[in-house]
Design a binder for this molecule. Structure first.
Ligand code: UDX
Length: 438
């Protein structure tokens, strides 16, 4: 397996002791295999020539300009990868779409490959093999996946043979009954649909969290109770300040855009509303912070714990912390940020220079929390649960507030210490109720 990238710096990092991404268990795998059956290189041409099978895992972000901007997937990188593959291939190859791409991309890619390959008689078989692993649990998800999905032209022999070749690769560690095959378009659409439905579950429970706060129900109890229904199931029902990550929003917008292109406006609107609910949840959180703190957070130090879009990753793409931080800065807050994995440079890139005038990044939680008026939990890092919250209370301004955007802390214990606690979808603290009316 040779991993190639045009970016020399990135490949150097993969070949060093400091891998460019944080993912539990990844270091061990890379260290065990690197130099033996795993290689990292910038020599794309040699790797393409030598390969029998090429996994294309390039970025497919949402288009920023032009037709479909803000919704459609930008396939620039995919197309240029395909052009390189075509230009450099001298033997038959199986091309595997790993990137999440809009339905029917395989067809377009096939055209690019066929029309641009100068070598005579070279044949390309296109497969779609959508990636379902989640960050933070990537290694487990890879070693014991719920399913592996392989899409191909199963209506003809060549396509079936290509599918079988990839099935054989996975069958080395995945039970055969978990390896599914489908036609190309079904496989591509399955990825978008899976992400849209997972995100929809979160938006649904987040919608209910708002109702719980008004009515005195507890969203965790509601999640638990409905999750016991085997038709619903217990996963992905944690109310949160909002979902983030590189996939959910992007894939929903992409799916909705495809629906729009087919004249299915009602279907598109249905999916857009999942994103709308996510935006509402982030806005609602900021409003709660401001109203609780006597309608002003101007010049107040607010400790933000966590910036990554979920725990066990340093990834900040579409993290709800970006919008929450921006919302609080708009109200004049001074943010003291601590995340165990996100470096200051990343925060700067996400927030921009202007916002950074109101954000200080700390390398330890103690300094971030000292003299703060409030704590906001943005990511469910386990270490936040282990802090000595009594000690933290002592060094904060009073009344000291905790706004738990992930419902991970022991709220009864915090209230006992003296904190005013806001937890998503939980009965509202009487102190906050009066602030609400103010
Ligand atoms: C997702 C899909 O799960 C994965 O199958 C696909 O391959 C890529 O996209 P990922 O983005 O890595 O994976 O993270 P995921 O665990 O799905 O979480 C996405 C967001 O939803 C995070 O911000 C997470 O905190 C949030 N979330 C998740 C909730 O708010 N509540 C939940 O109950 C679950």
């Amino acid at each position: 397996m040779t991993v190639v990238d045009l970016n020399q710096q990135r490949i150097d990092a993969w070949n060093s002791d400091n891998l460019p991404i944080y993912e539990p268990g990844l270091d061990e795998v890379v260290k065990a295999c690197r130099g033996k059956n795993l290689f990292f290189s910038t020599d794309c041409e040699a790797a393409i020539r030598a390969a029998q099978c090429i996994f294309v895992s390039v970025n497919t972000p949402t288009k920023k300009t032009g037709l479909g901007k803000g919704k459609a997937a930008d396939l620039t990188y995919w197309e240029s990868a395909a052009r390189n593959i075509a230009a450099w291939s001298t033997s038959d190859k199986i091309i595997v779409e790993k990137s999440t791409v809009p339905v029917r991309t395989a067809e377009a890619i096939e055209k690019v490959l066929l029309r641009n390959c100068p070598a005579p008689g070279v044949h390309f078989d296109i497969l779609s093999n959508p990636e379902f692993l989640a960050e933070g649990t990537a290694i487990d998800d890879l070693t014991t996946p719920d399913r592996v999905l392989i899409g191909g032209k199963i209506e003809n022999d060549r396509g079936t043979a290509a599918c079988a070749a990839l099935v054989d690769v996975y069958a080395n560690w995945v039970p055969r009954e978990r390896i599914l095959t489908a036609n190309l378009w079904s496989a591509e659409l399955s990825k978008l649909t899976a992400n849209a439905m997972l995100a929809q579950r979160i938006s649904s429970i987040n919608a209910i969290s708002a109702l719980c706060e008004c009515t005195g129900a507890d969203v965790s109890q509601v999640s638990f109770a409905i999750g016991k229904d085997s038709r619903i199931g217990p996963k992905f029902l944690n109310a949160s300040v909002g979902f983030g990550g590189s996939c959910f929003q992007k894939d929903i917008l992409n799916l909705a855009y495809i629906c729009e292109c087919h004249g299915l406006q009602e279907v598109a609107d249905y999916w857009y509303s999942v994103v709308g609910m996510n935006d509402y949840q982030k806005t609602r959180f900021v409003r709660r912070v401001v109203s609780a703190m006597f309608n002003t957070i101007r010049n107040k130090k607010i400790a933000m714990l966590g910036f990554a879009f979920k725990k066990d990753t340093g990834d900040t793409r579409e993290t709800p912390a970006i919008d929450v931080a921006a919302g609080m800065i708009e109200d004049g807050a001074k943010i003291a940020l601590y995340d165990p994995q996100v470096p200051e440079e990343q925060v700067r890139m996400d927030m921009g220079e202007e916002a950074m005038k109101s954000i200080t990044c700390y390398k330890n939680p103690t300094d971030a929390l000292k003299d703060a008026h409030a704590v906001t939990i943005m990511t469910e890092w386990d270490e936040f649960k282990t802090y000595d919250w009594k000690e933290i209370y002592e060094v904060m301004h009073k009344p000291a507030f905790v706004f738990d955007g992930r419902n991970i802390l022991d709220h009864a214990h915090l209230s006992e210490i003296g904190f005013i606690v806001y937890a998503l979808g939980k009965p509202i603290d009487p102190f906050l109720k009066s602030a609400e009316g103010a």
